[in-house]
Design a protein around this ligand. Structure first.
Ligand code: CA
Length: 488
């Protein structure tokens, strides 16, 4: 991947259900290239429970907005033809197109079936709280609108490990399906919260079943051939058998090449869990740095009492930087979402500075931060700020990094520049009163004048003969110091 690449998550939860999103993405491709985006994570293109579904209630993996199923041909975001056109527009700009794929569960079954289950304790899913008995569950997927095109595979209860609704009496519970080789995945294969976190929602796909494994691998090859995508964002991997994910990615890379990109969503702030996952899957996938996001969120709600010298501590960015996809917020952390942990407004410039201007991690810009969030509680985007930081990332943030993470409020770092990008930058930020810090940029910069490219400070800092400058930042703010853009 090119140096200083940047991903953009190109959707937020409350996008309108108008089928226009793929068109918007296509029209935006050139602009995304111009601001420095090199990968775009698109929302799920597969048919979900309805056009008002953001895509995670996945119904038919082979319907990318092509068949009249679940009330429409299109998905929330548009039709298959429009999806393919958006991907092509990105790739014409040299941007990698990353598909969001939802493999943990299936929703909106076509028919019910009767099958034996145990009810389990929601807080300890290993504990059965009933004897085995039959329920009527939504597990039969026949895809009548597709009529076997692309795949004749039909799903029934033997392909699932659990569900949460008994149609017979309307009872909601977590039902573990009883049958040959049934039960949850082994505890070393999935997250162990609630005793065993194999089950998340809807009908939980059983990746112990050989027919399921073969069908999903076959589907992935079909999907890549059909769409030409350059990588996957794997939804909810902490609920999916790690061994299968490993097998799945290896199969794709054997056929498509080792540079097929893959990043997993493993929502856990405990870095040790993320580390273990990287080890277990033999480093096949990158992971979103949830621990760093949680630090940002906590810091943003703590005023000046968060110890900024520890902001990177125990994050993936610090522990396993080559596997870290860093982000500030996403569609799950945005307000009113299940995993709400929003980074408050005042801290956003600091957080984006920390993912975009440091050497570690692949940063991901959130659509909702860039273009804003719509819906009942709209939030303004920060396009100008993010454009400025992206330009600094592309043009200036190169070379040796010198860290000054040495104060509970005011921290900074410098990048000395490299042969192609000799300018260098100094970044200083604080969660408290205005601060200053002496930082080293390199003797090659002696005598140069630096200004704050974010415009939060007006002074000029001159680098001394030893290569040091005394940089400043305003209260609760970030300043990024570099040579002025237009040199006379
Ligand atoms: Ca599962």
């Amino acid at each position: 991947m090119e140096k200083n690449g940047t991903m953009m998550q190109y959707f937020e939860w409350f996008l309108p259900d108008d089928g226009k999103h793929w068109q918007h993405l296509k029209e935006d491709a050139q602009h995304l290239k111009e601001i420095g985006i090199s990968l775009v994570w698109m929302p799920p293109a597969t048919k979900a429970t309805g056009t008002n579904d953001a895509g995670y209630g996945v119904y038919d993996l082979y319907d990318l907005g092509e068949f009249d199923q679940k009330g429409a041909v299109r998905t929330k975001y548009g039709t298959k033809a429009e999806y393919l056109a958006a991907i092509k527009a990105l790739q014409d700009q040299g941007i990698l197109a990353i598909a969001d794929i939802v493999l943990n569960h299936k929703a909106g079954a076509d028919e019910t079936e009767r099958f034996p289950v145990y009810e389990v304790d929601p807080n300890n899913r290993q504990k059965k709280v009933s004897d085995a008995y039959d329920i009527e569950g939504w597990t039969k997927f026949t895809f009548p609108g597709r009529q076997g095109k692309y795949s004749a595979f039909q799903w029934n209860w033997t392909h699932f490990s659990g569900t949460d609704f008994n149609q017979e009496n309307g009872k909601k519970a977590i039902y573990m399906i009883k049958g040959m080789a049934k039960g949850w995945a082994d505890n070393d294969e999935v997250d162990v919260e609630f005793g065993n976190y194999d089950y998340l929602m809807y009908a939980d796909v059983d990746y112990e079943h050989p027919d399921v494994k073969e069908e999903i691998k076959r589907w992935s090859e079909w999907f890549i051939n059909e769409t030409g995508v350059d990588g996957f964002r794997l939804d909810a991997v902490k609920h999916i058998e790690g061994e299968f994910i490993d097998e799945f990615i290896k199969n794709i890379r054997a056929k498509k090449g080792d540079d097929f990109f893959a990043v997993g969503e493993y929502w856990k702030k405990n870095d040790a869990t993320l580390e273990n996952y990287i080890v277990e899957t033999e480093c096949n996938v990158e992971l979103f740095d949830v621990a760093l996001h949680m630090n940002f969120s906590k810091a943003s709600k703590s005023g000046n009492s968060f110890d900024m010298s520890k902001i990177f501590r125990n994050t993936l960015m610090e522990k396993n930087p080559t596997k870290a996809v860093t982000f500030v917020d996403n569609h799950d952390s945005q307000p009113s979402q299940a995993l709400e942990s929003w980074v408050d407004d005042w801290f956003k410039p600091l957080a984006y500075g920390m993912i975009l201007l440091r050497e570690n991690g692949l940063p991901c810009v959130f659509y909702g931060d860039y273009y804003g969030i719509v819906g009942e509680k709209p939030i303004h985007g920060k396009q100008d700020l993010i454009d400025q930081l992206l330009a600094l990332r592309i043009n200036q943030a190169y070379g040796k990094q010198n860290d000054y993470l040495d104060h509970p409020n005011c921290i900074g770092w410098t990048r000395e520049g490299d042969e192609k990008h000799p300018g260098g930058i100094a970044v200083l930020l604080t969660n408290s009163d205005a601060g200053y810090k002496d930082m080293y940029l390199g003797k090659q910069h002696a005598g140069k004048d630096y200004v704050d490219h974010l415009g939060n400070r007006d002074e000029t800092v001159t680098i001394n003969a030893d290569g040091w400058g005394t940089f400043v930042c305003a209260s609760g703010s970030i300043s990024v110091w570099a040579e002025p853009l237009t040199k006379e």
